[in-house]
Design a protein around this ligand. Structure first.
Ligand code: FE2
Ligand code: FE2
Length: 181
């Protein structure tokens, strides 16, 4: 079965609409971090990168006077729940294996605990890779959501990341080519 690529996910109108809402640059750089963490934690970098690209797809626009309103957001936000569902639906539509779509959706559901009751979550390594990647790209005051990236740069970065993932998966499967660095 053919791998569903990051570029296919990126081009879909659902991704275009919702990922851009919370910041395409943040989504892409989180996907790069997630690739690295996945290798470190010995989990599938394809699933980690996909979950990271889509991790904030559930955001609603808590804007007031053109700025993100943190009070409104804190009070009302359930973006990991909405995002997990939205990403799952999108991935299934694109033809992702259901077992992969579930793992990706769960990594999105647990990428932050900011909306959950107090307590310790025991994340599995894939969920950990995505949560760490999101943290790695976080900036004080939430400015990571405002970072910008051009269409062509976004496309090129995702193409390169798809390439890194495919090289890695081929290496794992066959032991033939060098893994992506
Ligand atoms: Fe988030
Ligand atoms: Fe995020």
């Amino acid at each position: 079965m053919e791998r569903i690529t990051l570029l296919e996910i990126y081009k879909h109108p659902i991704t275009q609409k919702y990922v851009k809402r919370s910041g395409l640059a943040h989504a892409i750089s989180t996907a790069y971090y997630a690739f690295d963490y996945a290798i470190q934690l010995n989990v599938n970098p394809d699933l980690a990168a996909k979950a990271a690209l889509l991790h904030d797809i559930g955001h609603y626009t808590w804007y007031k006077d053109g700025k993100w309103d943190y009070r409104l957001y804190k009070e009302n936000d359930i973006h990991p729940i909405k995002g997990a569902e939205r990403a799952h639906k999108l991935l299934i539509r694109l033809g992702e294996k259901p077992v992969f779509a579930k793992k990706i959706a769960l990594a999105i559901l647990f990428h932050t605990d900011s909306y959950l009751p107090e307590g310790e979550l025991h994340l599995d390594p894939l969920q950990k890779a995505v949560a760490l990647a999101d943290k790695a790209d976080e900036e004080p005051g939430g400015t990571h959501h405002y970072k910008t990236i051009s269409e062509s740069n976004a496309y090129e970065k995702l193409r390169l990341l798809d390439d890194k993932i495919e090289k890695f998966l081929t290496y794992e499967r066959t032991g033939k080519s060098q893994p992506a660095s």
